[in-house]
Ligand binder design. Structure first.
Ligand code: PBG
Length: 336
C-alpha cells in the first residue's frame, strides 16, 4: 500500500533520486560557473616593480603598471575575459575639482595603454567616477556641501573620453549621477568612439560593504564620516532599481550592473527578468573581506564558499561577476 505524504503519492516522488551520484548531480545541474563569467578588478599604483598589500583585502595588492601588465597576461592565459582597472592615486594629486581624473596621462590611462600594447585577447574596463581623484572622497564635484549632478556629468564625460582615447574597451560609470549614461554615450560617439561599450553601475546602493575598496584607492580617510546617500541608492529599495536600470538602458547602456552582490541577489533576479539585458553583479570588497576573515579564523572553507557564492550569482541571473576572487576561481575552474 502506498502511503500519502507531503509530496502527494509519496514515496513514488523522491527528489533525492537525482542527487545520488556525482554524474547524476552534474546531469541535472541548472547553472554553471565558467571562467567566461569572471571580471577581475585590480588596483594600480605609481612606481615600478612594486606590490603593496591592502590589509582589508587579503591576497589583493596594489600593483605598479609593469606588474599590472603581467597580471593582464595571466588573465588572458587563464581565459578571464575582462580586467577592471582602479587607480590608487597619490594623495598630492587629489584635489576638490578632481582634475587628475581627466589627465590623459593619469595612472589608469597609462595602465590601459601599457596593457593594450600587448594586443591580448582581453577586454579592459575602466571605472568612471571621481572618488579616486577627489580630496573629499565623493564621486562628484561638491558645491556647498552637495554633490552637484550636471557639472559632475561634464567631468565624467571628459574622464570617459581620456580613458577611451587610451584604448579602454568598456566604460563603467559607477558614480550614480542622473543622466550620465546618455551624456557619456553622446560624448563618446561624437569623438568617434562608437565601438566603446558601456557597462553601467545601474543599481548601485549606498552600501557599507565598500570599505576595503575605499582603503585600496585611499578614499576612506578623505570621505571621513561622510556618506554617498544623496546619489547611491537606499538599500531598502527595489522598484527604484528597476527605474534606474530602465533609464540607463534607454540612455544607451550595453550592459547593466547591480552592486553589491550577495545581499542584493533579489535585485539581480528582478533586473534580469524585467529587462533581459546583459546583467552583471559586483561581489564587492566587503563581501570578499568577510569571506576571507571567516576563513582566516577557520570558520569557513574559503574555496567552497567562494565557488558557492559565485554560482549563486549565476543562479540569480547574472551573466558575469566582478570579483576579487577571479584569478583564484579561474585557477580552480581550470584544474577542475
Ligand atoms: C567608485 C567605486 C566604488 C566601488 C567601485 N567603484 C566605491 C564607492 O562607490 O564608494 C566599490 C567596489 C568594492 O567595494 O569592491 N565609485
Amino acid at each position: 500500500m502506498t502511503a500519502m505524504g507531503p509530496f502527494g503519492d509519496y514515496p513514488h516522488t523522491r527528489p533525492r533520486r537525482n542527487r545520488q551520484t556525482d554524474w547524476s548531480r552534474r546531469m541535472v545541474r541548472e547553472n554553471r560557473l565558467t571562467v567566461d563569467d569572471l571580471i577581475w578588478p585590480i588596483f594600480v599604483q605609481p612606481g615600478k616593480s612594486q606590490r603593496t598589500a591592502i590589509p582589508s583585502l587579503p591576497g589583493v595588492d596594489r600593483l605598479t603598471i609593469d606588474l599590472a601588465v603581467e597580471e593582464a597576461q595571466r588573465a588572458e592565459s587563464l581565459g578571464i575575459p575582462v580586467l577592471a582597472l582602479f587607480p590608487a592615486t597619490p594623495s598630492e594629486l587629489k584635489t576638490p575639482d578632481c582634475e587628475e581624473a581627466v589627465n590623459p596621462e593619469n595612472l589608469v590611462c597609462e595602465a590601459v595603454r601599457a596593457i593594450k600594447k600587448l594586443g591580448l585577447n582581453l577586454g579592459i574596463l575602466c571605472d568612471v567616477a571621481l572618488d579616486p581623484y577627489s580630496s573629499h572622497g565623493q564621486d562628484g564635484l561638491v558645491r556647498d556641501g552637495y554633490v552637484v549632478n550636471d557639472e559632475t556629468v561634464e567631468m565624467l564625460c571628459r574622464q570617459s573620453l581620456v580613458q577611451a582615447q587610451a584604448g579602454c574597451d568598456i566604460i563603467a560609470p559607477s558614480d550614480m549621477m542622473d543622466g550620465r549614461i546618455g551624456e557619456i554615450r553622446k560624448a563618446l560617439d561624437h569623438k568617434g568612439y562608437q565601438h566603446v561599450q558601456i557597462m553601467s553601475y545601474a543599481a548601485k546602493y549606498a552600501s557599507a560593504f565598500y570599505g576595503p575598496f575605499r582603503d585600496a584607492v585611499g578614499s576612506s580617510g578623505n570621505l571621513g564620516g561622510g556618506d554617498k546617500k544623496t546619489y547611491q541608492m537606499d538599500p531598502a529599495n527595489t522598484d527604484e532599481a528597476i527605474r534606474e536600470v530602465a533609464l540607463d538602458i534607454q540612455e544607451g547602456a550595453d550592459m547593466v550592473m547591480v552592486k553589491p552582490g550577495m545581499p542584493y541577489l533579489d535585485i539581480v533576479r528582478r533586473v534580469k527578468e524585467t529587462f533581459h539585458q546583459p546583467t552583471y553583479v559586483y561581489q564587492v570588497s566587503g563581501e570578499y573581506a568577510m569571506l576571507h576573515a571567516a576563513a582566516g579564523n577557520g570558520w569557513l572553507d574559503l574555496n567552497k564558499v567562494m565557488l558557492e557564492s559565485l554560482t549563486a550569482f549565476k543562479r540569480a541571473g547574472a551573466d558575469g561577476i566582478l570579483t576579487y576572487f577571479a584569478p583564484v576561481a579561474a585557477e580552480m575552474l581550470k584544474s577542475g
